[in-house]
Design a protein around this ligand. Structure first.
Ligand code: MG
Length: 203
């Protein structure tokens, strides 16, 4: 399986990183060795001094698809959750400044904690979904999927022009503003509409 991550999908986050507004979805990949499941701890890597959290809504693909039309994209997923797209911001800044790829900053082991999946039938509208991240019980990121520049169906349609989507593939759909560093012993708690789906410690 592959993990597809969308970058720069919330206007306020683009502003905080001083990035340019995308005309098309921007995506990158993480390998499956990034996943952390079942609320297992995240071990702070020693190669970064500025390791940031990015809370994101995550969609699980449940059908094989290629060149999916936007109007049919909703047939390709029926579960979602929250995840963290951990980012070594210092390494990312360096790569960006040299025009190099981001994998070193994004695709390292353990960089994608993933929550418990819920059925799409349990939510009202995927395009109007509140989600948030707390660190040590203080809210640090708050988002609503209605603020996405490219919504889930647009993302699926766009990415599937270039890559076949397979059963079990995950799509991290971008982070709202409020990204920032984590430190050892922090407790991260991520929820959708007040329901906690992911909770783990930084070690
Ligand atoms: Mg991200």
């Amino acid at each position: 399986m592959k993990i597809i991550c969308i970058g720069q999908n919330y206007a306020e986050h683009i502003k905080e990183l001083k990035s340019a507004f995308p005309e098309k979805p921007v995506y990158f990949l993480k390998p499956d060795t990034c996943l952390i499941k079942n609320n297992q701890p995240f071990y702070l890597p020693d190669f970064s001094n500025d390791l940031h959290h990015e809370v994101e809504i995550v969609i699980k693909i449940n059908r094989l698809g290629k060149s999916i039309e936007e109007k049919f994209a909703n047939r390709y997923y029926n579960e979602l959750t929250v995840g963290i797209d951990f980012t070594a911001r210092d390494l990312q800044r360096e790569a960006k400044s040299k025009g190099l790829p981001w994998e070193i900053a994004k695709a390292f082991d353990g960089s994608a904690p993933i929550g418990k999946f819920i059925s799409i039938d349990t939510i009202k509208n995927i395009n109007d979904l509140n989600f948030e991240l707390k660190i040590n019980d203080l809210i640090v990121q708050k988002g609503n999927t209605s603020d996405m520049i490219f919504n889930v169906d647009k993302i699926i349609s766009y990415v599937s022009q270039f890559m076949t989507l397979k059963i079990g593939d995950l799509i991290y759909t971008g982070t709202p503003s409020g990204v920032g560093p984590v430190k050892i012993s922090d407790k991260l708690t991520a929820s959708i509409e007040g329901k906690t789906l992911l909770e783990f410690y930084v070690k």
